[in-house]
Design a protein around this ligand. Structure first.
Ligand code: SF4
Length: 237
C-alpha cells in the first residue's frame, strides 16, 4: 500500500471500530473477508485457546485467509504437534515464518542462550522481525488478542491501525472473556494445546515459559525479568 492509501484506510478505522464494537466475531470475519480476501492473514501461535477459536472460525468463514505461525525453533513439542494436527483436521495449508538465524546460528552471532540475558533482543530477532516479514504482503491481520488476557491488552480495539506493521489489525475476540473462549472450544470440539490442561496459561518458547506463579496468567513468562510481552502486539508510542 502507498503512504496515501495507508492514511486513507487508517482514517476509516474509527468508524469500522464503532460499527463492529459489539458484533459477533463471525460477523467481523465475514465482513473482513469481503473487504480484504486474500490480502488478509491470520497468525496463530498454537498456544492460547483464543487463537484456536479464531482458526476454527476462519477455516469456515474466511477460508481465503492466509494462516501462518512463527517457529522460533524453541517451541514446545506439544505446540508443534498441535500445528500438525490442525493442518490435518481442517485441510489447511499453514505457513511457517522463521527467524533469519537458526538457534545455533544466533548463539554464534550473539551469545549462547540470548533469552536468559536479553530476552527483549531475543524476542525481536526470533519473533517480531519474522512477523513483520510475514505480514509485509498483507493489508489486514487477524489476531486472537483479547482485552482480558493481560493488563497490557486492556485497551485492545476490535479494529485497529497498526503503525508498526502498516496494516489493519483485527481483533474479533477483543471483548470475549476466557469463559466465552472455552465455551466455543468445547461446543465446536476445537483442538487446543494440551499444556493448558497442565496449568499453563500463557505459552511461548519452552525456554521462557513456566507454570504461572501468581494469579496473573502471564506470570509464567520470562521469569526473573520485568518483561510480560514478546513485542508482537506492542505498538510504538
Ligand atoms: S520467548 Fe524467549 S526464546 Fe522465545 S524469542 Fe522470546 S526471549 Fe527468545
Amino acid at each position: 500500500m502507498t503512504h496515501s492509501e495507508c492514511q486513507a484506510i487508517a482514517a476509516e478505522v474509527p468508524s469500522w471500530n464503532a460499527r463492529f464494537q459489539s458484533a459477533p466475531p463471525q460477523k467481523i470475519l465475514a465482513w473482513a473477508t469481503e473487504q480484504w480476501g486474500k490480502h488478509m492473514a491470520l497468525s496463530c501461535s498454537f498456544s492460547g485457546p483464543a487463537g484456536m477459536v479464531l482458526l476454527d472460525m476462519v477455516a469456515t468463514i474466511a477460508p481465503a485467509t492466509a494462516i501462518f505461525y512463527i517457529d522460533t525453533g524453541l517451541l514446545f513439542r506439544e505446540t508443534y504437534e498441535l500445528a500438525a494436527r490442525v493442518q490435518e483436521r481442517y485441510g489447511l495449508r499453514i505457513r511457517v515464518a522463521r527467524p533469519a538465524q537458526s538457534v545455533a546460528e544466533q548463539a554464534k552471532a550473539e551469545e549462547e542462550a540470548l533469552w536468559s540475558r536479553d530476552p527483549e533482543r531475543c524476542c525481536r530477532l526470533r519473533k517480531v522481525l519474522p512477523l513483520a516479514e510475514a505480514l509485509a504482503p498483507y493489508d489486514a491481520w487477524v489476531t486472537g488478542v483479547r482485552r482480558g488476557s493481560a493488563s497490557t491488552r486492556s485497551a485492545t480495539q476490535v479494529v485497529e491501525w497498526s503503525k508498526k506493521y502498516n496494516l489493519v489489525k483485527l481483533n474479533p475476540l477483543a471483548f470475549w472473556s476466557e469463559q466465552d473462549v472455552w465455551r466455543y472450544i468445547h461446543a465446536h470440539n476445537v483442538p487446543y494445546n494440551p499444556l493448558l490442561d497442565l496449568g499453563y496459561h500463557s505459552i511461548g518458547c519452552h525456554t521462557c515459559t513456566q507454570l504461572p506463579t501468581t494469579d496473573d496468567p502471564r506470570s509464567g513468562r520470562w521469569a526473573g525479568f520485568g518483561k510480560t510481552e514478546c513485542g508482537l502486539h506492542v505498538e510504538p508510542a
